[in-house]
Write a protein that binds this ligand. Structure first.
Ligand code: NAD
Ligand code: UDP
Ligand code: UDP
Length: 321
């Protein structure tokens, strides 16, 4: 039996960076939260503060296997997000996106839950349309080293839309652009965490390629707000909808910003650009503005300040242990 206002929410990948931030928000809003995570990239540390809460529950579970629970809403976030992690076991990455989506959609179908997919700007690949709008079909290599992630996420979107067409499931698809903030894994290889951790330790800043490639960086609190608004939107708005910060920076600008903000003695060193690294990326967020009344509120300087403070504390703790 469910209560009238308290929702039973399943977050797959809830021990990860975004999932744990979402779990905090859902607990604070008074919901029952169930996290299913296999701890491939996530860690109990991210949710340690929730473990004693009677409205929070954690299960160690790999979503490529069936899961039978009774819930009202499912946020499907389970999937490694950083290139070094999703390329570590690429077959498992595709399985997580594809078999994982089938299982979570099957679950949503059985219990009549609403289900949100954390898709990605990677579905646009190395885009020729700039900024990226949802109607753009993308330019993705299906045999390269990023394909396990990109094509897995594209197939997951297909499954979501087919379950919607075939079974009238209530689906929601968001395309997340590069997001950063506290609880990113310090060694997960993504550019913001890499640069901050390197700068704080006065180590070389590893710039891949010329550094002229661009990305748009969204602070995690803004992203989570957009994700929740999407879940709460009218049933007839299913997406896909871009959620990201339209501010666009070259990776060299980001490196210089991080060095300046940390007062670091680090030097920039140039390393080869990984295969299929997209040259540019910036979301067109008109649809999110119109349908969700959402736009980011935290600019890169403010977000970096908070993220630097987080990693500074983390590294200080590690050094004192
Ligand atoms: P993350 O690696 O911190 O979190 C992913 C979580 O999923 C981890 O806790 C991991 O242990 C778990 N997981 C992985 N495979 C699993 C499996 N088979 N079964 C159960 N759990 C599994 O990454 P994140 O940045 O928090 O990303 C969360 C979601 O958002 C991912 O689906 C990612 O593709 C998507 N996304 C993130 C970004 C970003 O910039 N952070 C951008 C686009 C999309
Ligand atoms: N599934 C699950 N939990 C449920 C219901 C289904 O994990 O509560 C899985 C089930 O293992 C199945 C998948 O979801 O393989 C797809 O379910 P669906 O009902 O769509 O397909 P079917 O079972 O008919 O193949
Ligand atoms: N990058 C970099 N140095 C690093 C890590 C990443 O120059 O130490 C570059 C990377 O080549 C890419 C951009 O920063 O052009 C963003 O990389 P990330 O892995 O964070 O995200 P994605 O490529 O998936 O957008």
């Amino acid at each position: 039996m469910k209560s009238l206002t308290r929702k039973r929410v399943l977050i797959t990948g809830g021990a990860g960076f975004l999932g744990s931030n979402l779990a905090d928000r859902m607990i604070a809003a008074g919901h029952d939260v169930l996290v299913a995570d296999n701890f491939f990239t996530g860690t109990k540390d991210n949710i340690l503060h929730l473990l004693d809460n009677p409205h929070f529950e954690l299960i160690r579970h790999n979503i490529t296997f069936p899961l039978y629970v009774e819930v009202d809403e499912i946020f499907n976030l389970a999937c490694p997000a950083s290139p070094i992690h999703y390329q570590f076991d690429p077959v498992q990455t595709t399985k997580t996106s594809v078999h994982g989506a089938i299982n979570m959609l099957g679950l949503a179908k059985r219990v009549k839950a609403k289900i949100l997919q954390a898709s990605t700007s990677e579905v646009y690949g190395d885009p020729e349309v700039h900024p990226q709008v949802e109607s753009y079909w993308g330019r993705v290599n299906c045999t390269g080293i990023r394909s396990c992630y990109d094509e897995g996420k594209r197939c997951a979107e297909t499954l979501f839309f087919d379950y919607w067409r075939q079974y009238k499931l209530r689906i929601k698809v968001i395309r997340i652009f590069n997001t950063y903030g506290p609880r990113m894994h310090p060694n997960d290889g993504r550019v913001v965490s890499n640069f901050i951790v390197q700068a704080l330790q006065n180590q070389d800043i590893t710039l891949y390629g010329s550094g002229n490639q661009t990305r748009s960086f969204c602070y995690c609190d803004d992203l989570i707000e957009g994700m929740i608004r999407m879940m709460d939107s009218e049933d007839d708005f299913i997406g896909p909808v871009n959620i990201g910060n339209p501010g666009e920076f070259t990776i060299r600008e980001l490196a210089e910003k991080v060095i300046a903000m940390t007062g670091s003695k680090s030097k920039i060193v140039y390393q080869p650009l990984p295969q299929d690294d997209p040259k540019q990326r910036r979301p067109d967020i008109s649809l999110a503005k119109e349908k969700l009344d959402w736009q980011p509120t935290i600019n890169l300087d403010e977000g970096l300040k908070r993220t630097i403070a987080y990693f500074d504390q983390l590294l200080t703790q590690r050094n004192s242990n």
